[in-house]
Design a protein around this ligand. Structure first.
Ligand code: PLP
Length: 388
């Protein structure tokens, strides 16, 4: 079907979804098959082997290409597998400039693995500072990698400003759009060459799948990435592809509620005497609020971090006391989660790196679900009471 003229909340339901010819099934079936019959050697109906292409996965990939406004998308077994595939575009000796405040697992892949296994060099900078960013570029820089909002410090990087600085220089720009999703921001339209996702988070939205996605607006990059995916083989299976597609159908509705609830909670935390700092781009006090308002279309997402005025034992008690906010890593599900980046999601970063970023013992990150906001506030309120 044509998806050219429909709006985002219609696209999440229809993009890339064809009525199945054999039975008329409205929803793309789970094609649980590893291989496909050929009429004659080399002659087939477009599918040979499910590592290369599978109809359920393809329906999801078409959906994601449409939502991010790219020309192609590839679904991977995890966000990390998607990220690793993008790095495979590079050659030993290539240099990558990365925003210093990234997901701990991405940092671990770059610093503890790819640096040695692929001979890549990484420089981490504060990309909110464009001068610092430009100074980090060298003649060997082949890729720029950024996350915005960043994790867990919720900094906002101006995607358009960064991509316009590298456009004339044969540098591939990559944006991890996991936190925002295309409901909020579309990096390809802001000049990025590649978007990656942990679909585990908001895209799937139900905390029951691990998956990743790469989308590009450049046909040559899509072809190279498809070659890498088929060669390495870290594909998303048909069952998980089906679940993610089902999750995406409510993406617009869910994101709207995540954003609404998070703003209500940010306002509540702003008034709380035990809260020292709140990191949420939707607050006017956030240093990059203006950029966020423009880049994120005044939708500021479902994640926020804040610092509590207590020692570590008090903060641990607080984290163990919430009932609706489950103490767990991850984010982006319909249920609210709470976590301690220093001990949990960002423990893989070097301590000196965490200290530099401000990932201290007092920092807590929440992923705000789509429950009733008053219930979420009551839950936090009760937990604050255990801190003396
Ligand atoms: N990118 C971001 C921003 C993440 O938060 C995560 C996981 O938390 C990943 C990538 C990795 O994704 P996955 O856990 O699906 O491998």
């Amino acid at each position: 079907m044509t998806t050219k003229k429909i709006n985002f909340s219609s696209m999440v339901i229809h993009a890339g979804q064809e009525i199945e010819v054999a039975t008329g099934a409205v929803i793309p079936p789970i094609y649980a098959t590893s291989t496909f019959a050929q009429q004659k050697p080399g002659e087939h109906l477009g599918y040979e082997y499910s590592r290369s292409k599978n109809p359920t996965r393809l329906a999801l990939e078409k959906m994601m290409a449409a939502l991010e406004e790219g020309v192609g998308a590839l679904a991977f077994a995890s966000g990390m597998a998607a990220i690793a595939a993008v790095l495979d575009l590079l050659e030993p000796g290539d240099h990558i400039v990365v925003n210093e405040d990234i997901y701990g697992g991405t940092w671990r892949l770059f610093e503890k693995l790819k640096k040695y296994s692929s001979g890549l060099n990484f420089t981490y900078v504060d990309m909110c500072d464009l001068t610092q960013f430009e100074q980090a570029l060298t003649s060997k820089t082949k890729m720029v990698w950024l996350e915005t909002p960043s994790n867990p410090m919720m900094r906002i990087i101006d995607i358009e400003a960064i991509t316009s600085l590298v456009r004339s220089r044969d540098i591939i720009s990559v944006v991890d759009n996991t936190f925002a999703t295309p409901y909020i921001q579309k990096p390809l339209n802001l000049g990025a060459d590649i978007v990656v996702h942990s679909v585990t988070k908001f895209l799937n939205g139900h905390s029951d799948v691990i998956g990743g996605m790469v989308i590009s607006k450049a046909k040559d990059l899509c072809d190279k990435l498809a070659f890498i995916q088929n060669s390495v083989g870290a594909i998303l299976g048909p069952f998980d592809s089906f679940l993610v597609l089902r999750g995406i159908k409510t993406l617009a509705l869910r994101m709207q509620k995540h954003c609404e609830n998070t703003k209500i909670i940010a306002d509540y935390l702003s008034q709380h005497p035990k809260v020292k700092t709140i990191l949420y781009p939707g607050l006017q006090t956030h240093p990059q609020h203006e950029i966020a308002a423009k880049q994120m279309q005044n939708r500021f997402g479902g994640v926020l971090s804040f610092c509590i005025d207590a020692d570590l034992s008090g903060i641990k008690k607080f984290l163990q006391e919430t009932k609706l906010f489950t103490l767990a890593e991850s984010l982006g599900g319909v249920e609210s989660l709470i976590e301690h980046p220093n001990i949990m999601t960002h423990a893989s970063l070097e301590k000196s790196h965490r200290d530099k970023l401000g990932i201290t013992d007092s920092l807590v990150r929440i992923s705000v679900g789509i429950e009733d906001a008053n219930d979420l506030i009551s839950d936090l309120d009760a937990a604050f009471k255990v801190i003396t």
